[in-house]
Design a protein around this ligand. Structure first.
Ligand code: NAD
Ligand code: GLY
Length: 359
């Protein structure tokens, strides 16, 4: 069992990382405030893991909300299904929500917790690699809008994050790869030693070696926690966690939510950022090629889908949350292990980059 803390003053919380811990009350009961609990999950995860958690909640007034599965349901309409159930079952401000699922369930449950009766407690129980290394930590919650990814939401921290690595045994290969995109991201933005470790341990990760996965999850959460502690509401440094996301969100929105997995879009976006950083004279060619090789070795895409034009990219990137006073800002790499958010890049280099990847 590994334990980390996200240190945010009175909003601090633990991250527990272990195997087969979903039916252990010690990781849940101290973080449930009242006598009522609502587990929010989806139709894929419920048959796999709901009973494990339910078994330790016999003494609570329990509601289960089972949502349809998919990024295309991460919207206000689906969020309302959570509110309907909570109100029908008379949940009060003292209820605690438990998000059991991947990043879609986690982001929506967190946002529901932020809004329901102006805020109730919640616990993150992430069951995909991506949600275990990224979305469950740091308090970004929300839903998509037809015009942009994650455009409606709130910063709202959980009471605890309970990561059961045994849940990864049922995760489809494609989802495992998508999660590795965010793992690689940490190496690129702030942890060069971890990046080297990832290059050396790709095969162990792809074969789901439990020790390697557990190490990667722990290290990723540690890296993320440090960035979130420095800048909880993204007024500065936290934006580096969005490496590749400006291009990636444009790909997801263009393709239609759910067609490209979030991690896949981020992978292609990170290569585009690396290319632009090279054009800006920041990153060397070997590092760009090394990133492409690493992403290919975990079976992730390294270019955007065909059919998206440079103009469409620019149009979609204009609604990115990092845009400030109409000015596009991007996370660029200074080297492997160091990133900065900046609006100081040559627009001609951006156009050359887009034209190369869209040709
Ligand atoms: P997801 O939630 O759609 O889960 C992927 C698929 O795996 C789904 O079909 C899900 O039902 C299934 N699944 C979940 N756990 C499983 C298990 N243990 N076994 C078998 N199947 C399982 O996708 P995701 O990759 O977890 O999350 C992506 C979402 O997270 C995106 O909406 C993205 O915007 C968001 N995100 C948020 C943050 C943040 O900081 N809040 C960070 C990164 C990504
Ligand atoms: N995934 C980006 C962030 O949490 O800030």
């Amino acid at each position: 069992m590994l334990e980390l803390k996200v240190d945010l003053g009175d909003r601090s919380y633990p991250i527990f990382i272990g195997s087969d811990i979903l039916s252990n009350p010690n990781y849940f009961h101290p973080y449930i405030t009242g006598k009522s609990v609502a587990i929010v999950t989806n139709e894929t995860v419920a048959p796999l893991y709901l009973e494990l958690i339910r078994s330790i909640l016999a003494d609570y007034n329990l509601t289960v909300v089972t949502l349809p599965d998919g990024e295309q349901y991460k919207n206000l309409e689906t969020l309302n299904l959570i509110f309907d159930k909570l109100l029908q079952a008379r949940h009060t401000r003292k209820t605690t929500l438990i998000a059991l699922g991947g990043g879609v369930v986690g982001d929506m449950t967190g946002f529901a917790a932020a809004c329901y009766q102006r805020g109730v407690d919640f616990i993150q129980v992430p069951t995909t690699l991506l949600s275990q290394v990224d979305s469950s930590v740091g308090g970004k919650t929300g839903v998509n809008h037809a015009l942009g990814k994650n455009m409606i939401g709130a910063f709202y921290q959980p009471n605890a994050v309970v990561i059961d690595t045994a849940t990864l045994s049922t995760l489809p290969d494609r989802e495992l790869s998508a999660g590795l995109a965010e793992v690689i991201k940490y190496g690129l933005i702030c942890d060069p030693a971890f990046y080297e470790w990832l290059q050396e341990n790709v095969e162990r990760l792809m074969s789901r070696d439990p020790e390697a996965l557990s190490y990667a999850i722990h290290r990723s959460c540690q890296d993320k926690a440090r960035v979130v502690e420095a800048d909880e509401k993204e007024s500065g440094i936290r934006a580096i966690l969005n490496l590749g996301h400006t291009f990636g969100h444009a790909i997801e929105t263009h393709a239609g939510y759910g067609v490209w997995l979030h991690g896949e879009a981020v992978a292609a976006g990170m290569v585009m950022v690396a290319d632009l950083s090279f054009r800006e004279g920041k990153l060397c060619k070997e590092d760009v090629d090394g990133l492409v090789a690493l992403l290919e070795s975990v079976r992730l895409p390294t270019q955007p889908p065909s059919g998206i034009s440079p103009d469409r990219f620019i149009e979609l990137m204009a609604v990115d949350k990092k845009v400030l006073d109409g000015q596009l800002r991007l996370v660029l790499l200074d080297s492997v292990g160091s990133a900065t958010v900046t609006d100081n890049f040559n627009p001609a280099n951006l156009m050359d980059c887009l034209e190369q990847f869209c040709s």
